[in-house]
Design a protein around this ligand. Structure first.
Ligand code: NAP
Length: 497
């Protein structure tokens, strides 16, 4: 099987808009798909001109609304559009559409014959929108009526297990070209790892239009080519990744994949999104993923599946890194050392020993932070919304604790020379001024506090903004992220980042 092609889907309102996008990305893209259903009604009639306006092979698609497209006219109008786009095809085949996408239930012999007569290949596609069991090979056999068609299945997985099954089933399909993709956030591995499913192509969106395609799981052009280096992925490529849920934004793929590139390692690191850690591990076992970063909400639930735990994991009670050793997973925690290194850099020469430190939050990240602060000799008070969680964590190290609410101001004041924010409040926030996005909105800064927020998206949280306006020194969690990732990199590859 050949290396999968990169197919850029064009959803512009005009042909000119689409042509401009093709020109911008033509060096990275192998083929484009013209979504005629996204063009304005006037422009739809001129679709046949499109292949003559660009230098890349093109797929003609007119997707109905019932299949997730925008075409709302009847089948008669759609057939008319197909006829206009195909029947007047140019005699110079390179200036025609190279492919046409017909749904599995669309059988108009005259249109099909026209496509075949002009050497335009037919993609026979089915969009399974409802979560049903997908028997890929069985479906393909039914779809390939003439043997001329390239069958395509796009489906919405019920869970990551359906994506795992997609890879297992498609491994055997090597005797004809086919297209496979799983949609939605859990389907992302099917798009990046098309080489592993023997898919003929993978669909991407230009960065300019990715927002309207994100829901169905499209990935943007630059991320696929620059971060995942799609063209370098083969079945020999070693797999690593990060699992979590919803895992909307993560910078970890950027850091790890840049490391593989720097060290010339044939490996790729991908997001494996799932709310169920056991499904992530099932995916990893079947796909031979060698190492995994573990993030919210799996850092504690993963412990159950570990064959071995590092002393830090045992002490902290949370794990953010797992590495496959034979048939067992070994768990590590790189958050604690990543945090310590970033904090030492932030506070510079100022000693942390015996310093009073406020830790806001008592979740998975706080566990690593408090462990590190104990090693560093700090005196800690843990403030948390659920007091019981703060107490449990504090008791483990003989630290103080307090319920996080408007009554804790006095205590917070006492421990405020260094405030470490570890909750998820303020993460991915755009509105930087809302009280709801600042876990200690009731606390008035003096200006001499130092504030370390573990969040790195956005780079300035509402809390950091408020503190810095009063003159406080602040630091976000990016350096911690980098340093813990460097350690993971070493655990995964045996090499210093
Ligand atoms: P977690 O285990 O789910 O813990 C969440 C914490 O936030 C708990 O203490 C929870 O309090 C508190 N919380 C949640 N919503 C709250 C609200 N509305 N008001 C007050 N407190 C609230 O998550 P985690 O793994 O600790 O991660 C927390 C944050 O740290 C995330 O933003 C994550 O991105 C960041 N992080 C950064 C790095 C890095 O490398 N920079 C590493 C790890 C984590 P309750 O106990 O009351 O539920």
């Amino acid at each position: 099987m050949n290396q999968p092609l990169i197919c850029m889907t064009l959803t512009g309102r005009t042909l000119e808009e689409d042509v401009n996008l093709v020109k911008k990305y033509e060096k990275q893209v192998d083929i484009v798909e013209l979504r005629v259903d996204c063009l304005s009604e006037d422009e739809q009639f001129y679709a046949r001109r499109f292949p003559t306006m660009i230098q890349l092979p093109c797929i003609l698609t007119i997707r109905r609304d019932i299949d997730g497209g925008k075409f709302t006219g009847g089948e008669f109008s759609r057939t008319n559009l197909f006829a206009r786009a195909l029947a007047f095809a140019n005699e110079d085949k390179s200036r025609n559409f190279a492919f046409v996408d017909f749904e599995d239930d669309y059988h108009i012999p005259s249109i099909q014959d026209t496509a075949m007569a002009f050497g335009i290949k037919i993609i026979r596609s089915t969009h399974v929108m409802n979560p049903v069991e997908v028997n890929i090979k069985g479906r393909y056999e039914k779809m390939r009526k003439t043997g001329y068609e390239i069958p395509k299945i796009a489906f919405t997985p019920r869970s990551l297990d359906d994506v795992t099954s997609l890879f297992s089933q498609s491994r055997e399909i090597t005797d004809y070209e086919h297209i496979l993709c799983a949609m939605g956030p859990e389907g992302l591995p099917s798009r990046i790892l098309a080489a592993f499913s023997n898919s003929f192509l993978t669909y991407v969106s230009p960065n300019e239009t990715i927002d309207c395609m994100k829901d169905i799981g499209h990935i943007d052009m630059l991320t696929l080519t620059n971060i995942y280096r799609f063209k370098n992925i083969s079945k020999k490529t070693k797999l690593f990744g990060i699992t979590g849920w919803p895992l909307i934004k993560t910078l970890s793929p950027k850091i790890h994949n840049a490391g593989y590139q720097k060290h010339n390692i044939d490996a790729v690191y991908i997001p494996i999104r799932t709310p169920d850690i056991s499904k992530a591990l099932n995916f990893c076992d079947r796909m031979k993923v060698n190492g995994l970063s573990v993030t919210i909400p799996h850092k504690e639930s993963v412990l159950y599946y570990l064959g071995e735990q590092s002393p830090e994991v045992v002490q902290i009670g949370a794990c953010n890194t797992i590495v496959k050793n034979g048939d067992k997973w070994c768990g590590y925690n790189t958050d604690a050392t990543g945090f310590q290194r970033a904090l030492e850099e932030f506070i510079g020469s100022e000693k942390i020993k015996r310093r009073k430190v406020a830790v806001i939050g008592a979740g998975g990240a706080a566990k690593a932070v408090v462990y590190a602060l104990k090693q560093m000799g700090a005196k800690v008070c843990i403030f948390n919304r659920t007091e019981e969680h703060a107490q449990q964590l504090a008791d483990r190290y003989g630290f103080n604790y307090c319920k996080l609410d408007t009554h804790c101001i006095e205590k917070l004041d006492e421990y405020s020379s260094l405030i470490i924010q570890t909750t998820s409040v303020g993460m991915n926030s755009e509105d930087k001024s809302s009280n709801e996005l600042d876990p200690i909105f009731f606390y008035k800064f003096r200006g001499d506090e130092m504030v370390f927020d573990l969040i790195y998206t956005p780079s300035t949280t509402p809390l950091m903004l408020r503190a810095s306006k009063k003159g406080c020194r602040t630091c976000n969690g990016y350096k911690m992220l980098e340093y813990q990732a460097y350690e993971q990199f070493k655990l995964f590859t045996g090499k210093e980042y």
